[in-house]
Design a protein around this ligand. Structure first.
Ligand code: SF4
Ligand code: SF4
Length: 137
């Protein structure tokens, strides 16, 4: 199964080879969806973890013991139809295919069920039509 997490690294943990240790010790593949970590500074990383459920649970506990903060609240991506001009730029950075540009209709479509909430599309929109809603109503 797959699980998406936002990892918050304190300064003392940024040099840890987290993805390597997850692979070797828990048999978990970690795909980095977004990372903002500068050397010797705290940072955040959005990862998609793939593995067995028991190993994912054990890995989350291990990550917390390493001093990392784990954010499991996914939130929800919203596209504001009043701002979107269907330029399609955001679809080129979407790793899951949730955002697609329909060439025939010259229109953007968003399949929320495919969205990993990796947030890569947020900075890609020149009109700021994409937002992350942390507590969807
Ligand atoms: S957050 Fe944006 S880029 Fe990431 S999967 Fe969802 S729609 Fe695609
Ligand atoms: S980049 Fe922004 S304006 Fe362009 S299709 Fe995506 S949401 Fe719409």
């Amino acid at each position: 199964m797959k699980r998406r997490l936002t990892l918050h690294f304190p300064r003392e943990a940024v040099h840890q080879p987290i993805t390597y240790r997850l692979a070797v010790e828990f048999n978990i593949a970690a795909k980095i969806l977004r990372a903002q970590i500068a050397p010797n500074q705290s940072g955040t990383m959005v990862v998609e973890l793939s593995g067995d459920i028991d190993e994912l649970d054990a890995a989350e506990l291990w990550l917390e013991r390493q001093g990392l903060g784990l954010d499991r609240s996914l939130g929800e991506i919203r596209i504001d139809p009043a701002l979107c001009v269907d330029c399609g730029i955001c679809s080129s950075v979407c790793p899951s295919g949730a955002l697609r540009f329909q060439h025939q209709e010259q229109r953007l479509t968003f399949a929320a069920a495919l969205c990993l909430v990796c947030e890569q599309c947020l900075p890609s929109c020149p009109l700021e039509a994409i937002s992350l809603v942390l507590e969807p109503s």
